[in-house]
Design a protein around this ligand. Structure first.
Ligand SMILES: C[S@@+](CC[C@H](N)C(=O)[O-])C[C@H]1O[C@@H](n2cnc3c(N)ncnc32)[C@H](O)[C@@H]1O
Length: 326
């Protein structure tokens, strides 16, 4: 069952924009929260360092978001308030925040690491800030429970962790836990969020494991942590499928959804002409769920390469514009 957020109980008002800090964020262990903040700090640092190389990705992302937002505005009933919801807003570097606040009556930004989003919102004009609310929450509703569950096992010697954690992960249900951050939005954006919501809890576990035992968890099956890797895989997929269903629950029947994510990572090396291709998402499990929930005026979507680390790595990004199925 999804839980409701009551903004009246949480809103702190002494600022131009609204800020709702949900209990789900306070329940997340500090080390896990720090991991999200560190990821966003690193995005800011790379965007500054690789400025020109990132321009195309940022421009294409912003354009794709605005195209789908404009489609929503042209379809929305005239008398209805026009609302936009941006999931995983982070630093808003690839989100055209000023343009969205100009176009919509209300813009809601959802992010665990709300300080990074606040920094972006503070750059808006007072009128634009008035229309903006940040909801600090965990979109999945599972981050705190997962971290606490793993922390219990991390108190044991490594062999005991590797023996007990896989069973505990297997029993952990990731479905139906997402927090409700409203509904009936004219426009919903999920920009490079799906793979992150499913991978950050695991990245955080990796970091804690290394700090505790001084060795890295492997990323591939076949090692000493094989059972754990096998138990984590279906949870990653389950979280991604939940994310798609959540988008369908949030959008109005006449609304639209912008959905973009990284699909493939290309890694370049001086020792090989061809880059290594590493899959990032799981299309075989995601595409059927998208088909259950949405149609699209352009089913192929748009694709571009993001020079993530120029000369070393590139992501293939795919962006889609969805309409909810009646
Ligand atoms: C790839 S980033 C988006 C980048 C962002 N647009 C920017 O310019 O920095 C994905 C965002 O989703 C947030 N996120 C990941 N998992 C989340 C969760 N479970 N709940 C809420 N936000 C989450 C991350 O903190 C991050 O800010």
């Amino acid at each position: 069952m999804s839980k409701e957020i009551d903004p009246r109980k949480n809103t702190e008002t002494a600022r131009g924009y609204g800020l709702v800090i949900h209990r789900s964020v306070r329940d997340i262990p500090a080390t896990t929260r720090a991991r999200f903040a560190e990821e966003n700090r690193s995005i800011r640092e790379r965007t500054e360092r690789f400025g020109l190389a990132y321009n195309e990705h940022i421009q294409k992302s912003q354009q794709a978001i605005l195209t789908t937002a404009d489609r929503a505005l042209s379809r929305a009933p005239q008398e209805k308030e026009k609302t936009a919801l941006i999931l995983g807003s982070g630093n808003c570097l690839d989100i055209p925040l000023a343009e969205l606040t100009d176009r919509f009556d209300k813009v809601t930004l959802v992010e665990i690491d709300h300080q990074s989003t606040e920094a972006a919102v503070k750059k808006l004009s007072p009128e634009q800030q008035q229309k903006t609310t940040i909801i600090a929450t965990d979109i999945t509703g599972v981050v705190a429970d997962f971290a606490k569950r793993m922390d219990l096992h991390l108190n044991r010697p490594m062999q005991a962790f590797l023996a007990r954690a896989p069973g505990s992960v297997a029993q952990f249900d990731v479905t139906g836990k997402g927090l409700s951050v409203g509904a009936d939005y004219t426009f919903v954006s999920s920009q490079l969020v799906m793979t992150q919501v499913s991978s950050l809890p695991i990245l955080s576990l990796r970091e804690k494991f290394f700090k505790k035992y001084g060795v890295h968890l492997s990323t591939q099956p076949g090692g000493a942590d094989h059972e754990l890797i096998m138990a984590l895989q279906p949870k990653t997929i389950g979280l991604q499928q939940e994310h798609i269903r959540q988008l369908a629950r949030l959008v109005a029947p006449s609304g639209t959804v912008h959905f973009a994510d990284t699909v493939t990572l290309f890694k370049y090396s001086p020792f090989s002409k061809e880059p290594k291709r590493l899959p990032v998402s799981n299309p075989q499990f995601i595409v059927p769920v998208i088909g259950e929930q949405f149609t699209s005026p352009n089913p192929q979507g748009d694709a571009w390469l993001w020079n993530h680390e120029p000369g070393k790595s590139q992501f293939l990004v795919m962006a889609h514009s969805f309409d909810p199925k009646p």
